[in-house]
Design a protein around this ligand. Structure first.
Ligand SMILES: Nc1nc2c(ncn2[C@@H]2O[C@H](COP(=O)(O)OP(=O)(O)OP(=O)(O)O)[C@@H](O)[C@H]2O)c(=O)[nH]1
Ligand SMILES: [Mg+2]
Length: 412
């Protein structure tokens, strides 16, 4: 049951904050006059949209769990034969953000909180096995986006559903399974509408029109993410939770030997040009190496990456790309208590952004003191920015930008 608990305390008490935070396995925040402590349960945060959920999908043995392990730092068993049943795996992942690291150096805060994304991993999808695939779709249908893992690594020991490796064929195969799943959903829904009409129930005309439009596209094997829908149509179909409409990142899982190879580059560009102009971003990574890096200390990871001639783990790119694909940006709050990144949708105004922190701040919004991260750095912090007139006072309708450092003034 989601809950919001408010505790009145007189001054900042970092220890109390962290104690309560642990007790409730939750987030704690304090407002600016530091008299109210709020504990928001994780389920409440989820309801408010604080968690973005991304499902990792792919054919059997494409490397989903390996990539999930790398992302979450978990060590779940990966097998050489396909997993056909089991638990859904979940893990919360920090969105790497160099700006947070820089602000933390500056403030040396008691707490650092990065933006987070939840990843989920389950069994693979199988060509033509709608019963199995439906199980997967049912469990991941509320995800905001999908990371679709496509196997490119060759390994005879690791079982594979096809005779040969062909990333483009595999990507298309999986795409079609999503299309077929959605088509089944549309047909069922239309059938139920017909049955309702026979009993004298009037159908929702907008929904019916959208369903027919979706059926047309799906029958032509087009994923719904490639079809333009009006706002009204989007509203009418939101509750249907289609799969092929979700924003998608394709992660081409290449083998260790292919890290800097021409072959892998060619496969990547081939897939990228195939998906050009579609709502799909294609990147490549090596699941095994990413998992290895994730298990090293930061220093060890750095020298490992240096040895491989890589600047940063490909995983960081995967996390950033999914974040961008969903139209998400981060604004930042900072002080000696906490330096924190908050996730919002691009285009949100300052008052609604304030609501991300707490509904009281949104309700009692007076103004936002805003400085861009770049100005903050070049002018030597908040005081320098204020001195140089770069600390802006913005009203309710100001459109928050990625990397804005904000201090909200509010009164409740
Ligand atoms: N050589 C190599 N092997 C990999 C790589 N990624 C995964 N594997 C291996 O492939 C096998 C399957 O990996 P998983 O991560 O379990 O694949 P999965 O997609 O989760 O498999 P299912 O859940 O069974 O569908 C394991 O033996 C992994 O070690 C990679 O980048 N290179
Ligand atoms: Mg797996």
């Amino acid at each position: 049951m989601p809950f919001l608990l408010k505790v009145n305390i007189r001054s900042t008490d970092g220890q109390l904050l962290s104690h309560l935070s642990k007790l409730f396995k939750s987030d704690c925040i304090q407002n600016h006059n530091q008299t109210v402590l709020c504990i928001i349960s994780n389920s409440y945060a989820r309801k408010r949209g604080s968690f973005v959920k991304i499902a990792i999908i792919g054919l059997a043995n494409s490397g989903k769990t390996t990539i999930f392990n790398a992302l979450t730092g978990q060590n779940l068993e990966t097998t050489v034969y396909p997993t056909v049943s089991g638990e859904l795996h979940r893990g919360i992942v920090k969105v790497p953000d160099a700006r947070i690291d820089r602000l933390a150096e500056f403030y040396k805060p008691r707490k650092i909180t990065c933006a987070t994304v939840e990843y989920i991993d389950y069994i693979g999808l199988t060509k033509g096995d709608m019963d199995q695939n439906r199980k997967v779709f049912d469990l991941i249908k509320d995800a905001d986006a999908v990371v679709h893992v496509v196997r490119s690594f060759a390994d005879e020991v690791v079982a594979y559903p096809f005779e040969s490796l062909d990333p483009r064929r595999d990507a298309e195969t999986l795409e079609l399974e999503m299309v077929f799943g959605d088509l089944e959903l549309v047909d069922k829904r239309l059938q139920r509408m017909d049955e309702g009409m026979k009993r004298g129930k009037k159908p929702d005309e907008t929904e019916k029109r959208v369903l027919l439009k979706c059926r047309d596209a799906l029958e032509q094997e087009m994923p719904l993410r490639d079809i333009p829908f009006s706002e009204e149509e989007e509203r009418a179909m939101r509750h249907l939770q289609f799969m092929s409409i979700k924003p998608e990142v394709i992660a081409l899982n290449i083998s260790e030997a292919d890290l800097n190879s021409e072959r892998a580059r060619h496969q990547l560009t081939e897939l990228q040009s195939f998906y050009q102009g579609k709502q799909v971003t294609v990147i490549s990574l090596c699941g095994n190496i990413e998992m290895e890096i994730a298990q090293l200390s930061p220093d060890e990871a750095k020298s490992f990456l240096d040895d491989l001639g890589i600047e940063e783990p490909a995983l960081n790119k995967l996390i950033h790309v999914s974040y961008e694909l969903l139209g998400l940006i981060s604004f930042l709050t900072c002080g000696e208590d906490e330096v924190r990144a908050w996730t919002i949708r691009r285009g949100i105004d300052a008052q609604h952004a304030a609501g991300k922190i707490h509904s009281d701040i949104e309700r009692g919004f007076i103004r936002a003191e805003v400085v861009s991260f770049d100005d903050f750095v070049s002018l030597g912090g908040m005081a320098g920015a204020r001195e140089k007139g770069q600390l802006r006072l913005e009203g309710k309708l100001y459109e928050v930008r990625d990397g804005d450092i904000i201090n909200f003034r509010f009164n409740v």
